[in-house]
Design a protein around this ligand. Structure first.
Ligand SMILES: *Cc1c(COP(=O)(O)O)cnc(C)c1O
Length: 482
């Protein structure tokens, strides 16, 4: 059969509450045009994030009933530990409540002020946790990634030449470890090839520097290796995963993505001494080392989720549904970043609204319009998130690019939901000429996108934005070069 279907059927359903356009106009106005301030029940299709939003399977729910809530040495921990050891091949396993807790804990014991941590692209909490220790989080994305037109299959790769240069310029004591994020979330979920991970690991190993993988979407990356890297065409997903992690000394994991769980994470390592130090530190903030801030039932859900995510039927469906969304948008001329990954599709708001300069927040405009048109919640990843207002001039300094992320929760939405999203985007695109820019009317000191308030500008343009540099099409460089 050619038709790829969801490899599951529904046992429980969660009703969607429909809103009208006039209700949404009122709701959005009350929320200051910020979609983070909208209640989930007022959203029809929620594509804000793929993190912690997966639908769990009947196996996961039944495993949760087995959850052992003993403070120390609960059975659930040993099942969790065994799953992580079997899949990733690391003996030392420390549960934590989510990915950033793994980062904070691991870095606090390994990164010293002034040290450099290279990566293909650090995720934003990863960067923040390195910088909080006065370390330098260095993004070394491959050159192909900067070319928006290129359909290079592994745009998530690290730039090996830049790594070589860095290693020649710095002593091993200045680099506590190297990281690599699979898939590369900060740049659109682009995958990293096994060849790239292998060469990176060899460069590090030659200088005695460990490699730590940020593994949040390890299964999606393994699937894209199988699809795109000819040597792995016939290799089973679990074997590809083992080959990836054999090249590393440990990993940090947010189980809210490819753990198919709603909460949780872990650190997995080879080095028992480092693990012992981390366990001592873990007790201070996360709890006893056999639960790490999680309930026994959470550990059970993750243990099952990590196995389910390796199913090739699941990953094939996951890839097919992302491709369906991407193709549907492109067929309606909605500009998206290519090649698209598995966990999200990104609309290029600068191409979508070429008449709105970056300083007037084209990404925020598209995100708000998708909500008004069809109740779809997405996430602006552009000037509202990464730009800033110059305190001297009061003008917006735009981000490198203005994207709108349509994140795809795992096992949650069906093809008709995707058709609805495609139609919504197409309807907004048809009236793009009528749309005007936005400005920020209130913002906090940091992480402004979560709470800032926005206002639409009147039809006649000219709000000072002409003084701002108009950035060209520098697609897929978000995060890089910052
Ligand atoms: C989500 C994510 C994290 C942080 O994990 P949380 O569970 O959200 O704390 C780290 N790295 C990557 C690549 C992520 O996607």
């Amino acid at each position: 059969m050619k038709t790829i279907i969801e490899p599951f059927r529904c046992k429980t359903v969660e009703p969607i509450r429909f809103t009208t356009r006039s209700e949404r106009e009122k709701l959005l106005k009350e929320a200051g045009n910020n979609l983070f301030r909208i209640k989930a029940e007022d959203v029809i299709i929620d594509l804000l994030t793929d993190s912690g939003t997966s639908a769990m399977s009947s196996e996961q729910w039944s495993a949760m009933m087995r959850g052992d809530e003993s403070y120390a040495g609960c059975q659930s921990f040993f099942r969790f530990q065994e799953a992580v050891q079997e899949i990733f091949g690391f003996q030392e396993v420390l549960p934590v409540h989510q990915g950033r807790a793994a980062e904070r804990l691991f870095f606090s014991q390994t990164v010293k002020a002034g040290q450099v941590v290279p990566s293909n692209t650090h995720f934003d909490t990863t960067r923040a946790n390195v910088e909080a220790l006065s370390g330098q989080a260095l993004d070394l994305r491959c050159k192909e990634a900067a070319d928006s037109e290129s359909d290079y299959p592994f745009k998530g790769n690290i730039d090996l030449e830049a790594v070589t240069e860095l290693l020649e310029g710095k002593g091993p004591d200045q680099i506590p470890f190297g990281m690599i994020t699979i898939t590369n979330n900060a740049c659109g979920g682009q995958p990293v090839s096994l060849d790239n991970i292998r060469q990176y690991s060899q460069l590090l190993k030659a200088r005695g520097i460990p490699l730590i993988i940020d593994a949040a979407r390890f299964a999606e990356n393994a699937y894209l290796i199988k699809e795109r890297e000819p040597a792995y065409k016939e290799v089973a997903i679990p074997a590809i995963v083992r080959e990836i992690f054999e090249l590393a000394d440990g990993c940090l994991m947010s189980a809210k993505k490819d753990g198919l769980a709603n909460m949780g994470g872990f650190i997995a390592l080879r080095d028992p001494e480092l693990a012992a130090r981390l366990k001592d530190a873990l007790i201070l903030t996360e709890g006893f080392p056999t639960y790490g801030g999680l309930s026994g039932r959470d550990l059970e859900a993750i243990a099952v989720g990590l196995k389910e995510v390796l199913s090739e039927d699941y990953l094939r469906y996951r890839a097919a549904s992302a491709k369906y969304m991407a193709n549907g948008l492109r067929a309606n001329n909605v500009p998206i970043v290519v090649p698209s990954g598995l966990h999200a599709i990104y609309i290029d708001a600068r191409q979508f609204l070429p008449h709105i300069p970056p300083a007037e927040l084209p990404g925020q405009v598209v995100a708000c319009q998708l909500y008004l048109e069809a109740g779809i919640r997405t996430c602006e990843i552009g000037t509202a998130m990464f730009g800033h207002t110059d305190p001297k001039t009061g003008l917006e300094v735009p981000a490198h690019q203005d994207l709108v992320r349509l994140a795809l929760p795992r096992r949650v939405y069906s093809q008709s939901h995707f058709d609805y999203v495609i139609e919504g985007a197409e309807r907004v695109y048809r009236r793009k000429g009528e749309l005007t820019g936005m400005k920020i009317v209130w913002q906090p000191k940091a992480l402004r996108h979560f709470t800032a308030q926005f206002q639409s500008l009147p039809q006649a343009a000219g709000t000072g934005s002409e003084h701002c540099p108009r950035h060209g099409k520098t697609l897929s460089t978000a995060g890089a070069g910052k």
